[in-house]
Write a protein that binds this ligand. Structure first.
Ligand SMILES: NC(=O)c1ccc[n+]([C@@H]2O[C@H](COP(=O)([O-])OP(=O)(O)OC[C@H]3O[C@@H](n4cnc5c(N)ncnc54)[C@H](OP(=O)(O)O)[C@@H]3O)[C@@H](O)[C@H]2O)c1
Length: 331
């Protein structure tokens, strides 16, 4: 029986205990496709799951990892040949299904996407959930009429995974990007990714009494929520759209109606985990062509599985910058 490594999270009386443990294939859930994982990546949801957050993962012990890329070992559905390079991004992977922080996963065939020819397994994971989320948010802005000549697009939580990829995608495509960050030493890095202006987090997070703020931004991608999202709504130009995807600053939306009825702004939600498989294929296809990101590799640290725990703690403390690729084969 094949033995493999997995980062396991146990709930204990005093909190969580994390350990790399040896499992066998019979420990994996039932499913159509057995995949040898070559790469995974770290997302905020993984950090919460690895911290025992029962809103993300109800049952422990558990293996987090909402993203995985690797090669098909077996597929009882007959859809994929052994050796096919595939990715699983989102769905229930790493939530209540044993996830990608392991050498193997077993999942339903409906979660598995093939990779575009020009996208490596590593790049698929450098993008991962953060990349498809930034892409869905950008597409929502386009659906709502955004054009690159309409003025600045704001991105909050800009040094995070979703934020940094959104800054880099928009900047690469010629949009005027304003990045919001809590990290004073990351301004140059954000400019190098494509931001034309970087503003300190407090400028957007401090609650404002005024019903409206100066109409500064054509659109926004918000990963923070709460008073930041409210200030973003108040700062959009007439008819502007904010794609709301994150909650790192809180889950409330303490707003009144004025931005909506005086400026006609749009608040649209992003829910990447359960987006259709075809949506992942569409945006991965774009990332391998039209949206190729020149600094994708630079934007990511590459970690071994045994280096992941420290990165999880740093992420929960809001101290990370960019993405973390987990190379399961790195020595
Ligand atoms: N809706 C969806 O489908 C979807 C998909 C993926 C992720 N998300 C959500 O999007 C958010 C970001 O995810 P991620 O993976 O990019 O996380 P991440 O890499 O940890 O990035 C979060 C960033 O937010 C900023 N931040 C941290 N704590 C903050 C605070 N208390 N107040 C304001 N800003 C703070 C930091 O950037 P700065 O220091 O630069 O400000 C941090 O780098 C999370 O809430 C995640 O759950 C949602």
């Amino acid at each position: 029986m094949t033995a493999f490594r997995a980062l396991r999270i146990h709930q204990t009386d005093t909190g969580v205990r994390r350990a790399i443990e040896t499992l066998t294939l019979s420990d994996l859930p039932a499913g159509d496709v057995l995949i040898r994982v070559h790469y995974s990546s770290l997302n905020y949801k993984d950090a919460l799951s690895a911290n025992g957050h029962t809103g993300i993962s109800r049952h422990y012990p558990h293996t987090p990892g909402i993203d995985a890329a690797g090669k098909v070992v077996t597929d009882v559905s007959g859809t994929f040949e052994a050796g096919t390079e595939v990715a699983v991004i989102g769905f229930d992977l790493g939530m209540n299904t044993a996830g990608g922080f392991a050498d193997y996963i077993r999942v339903p065939v409906g979660w598995v996407t093939t990779l575009p020819k020009k996208l490596s397994m590593a790049d698929a994971m450098r993008l991962g959930t953060a990349g498809v989320t930034a892409a869905y948010a950008f597409e929502k802005l386009l659906d709502n009429g955004l054009k690159s000549d309409q003025g600045p697009v704001l991105v909050t939580g800009a040094t995070g995974g979703v934020g940094a990829l959104a800054v880099h995608l928009l900047g690469t495509l010629g949009y005027d990007v304003t990045a919001v960050t809590g990290k004073p030493d990351a301004h140059d890095w954000l400019r190098s990714l494509g931001a034309s202006l970087v503003v300190p987090r407090e400028e957007l997070s401090t609650p404002q009494k005024k019903a409206l703020l100066p109409a500064s931004y054509a659109a926004a991608i918000d990963t923070v929520g709460d008073s930041t999202l409210v200030n973003v709504l108040k700062s959009l130009k007439f008819g502007g759209t904010v794609a709301a995807c994150g909650i790192v600053g809180g889950t409330a939306v303490p707003t009144d109606i004025y931005p909506f009825i005086l400026r006609g702004v749009n608040l649209v939600g992003i829910a990447s985990a359960d987006a259709p498989l075809a949506a992942r294929q569409r945006v991965l296809g774009k990332f391998s062509g039209l949206w190729t990101l020149p600094k994708l590799t630079e934007l990511c640290d590459t970690l071994r599985l045994d280096q992941l725990e420290a990165r999880i703690d740093a992420m929960l403390a809001g101290k990370i910058q960019g993405r973390a690729l987990i190379d399961m084969e790195a020595e």
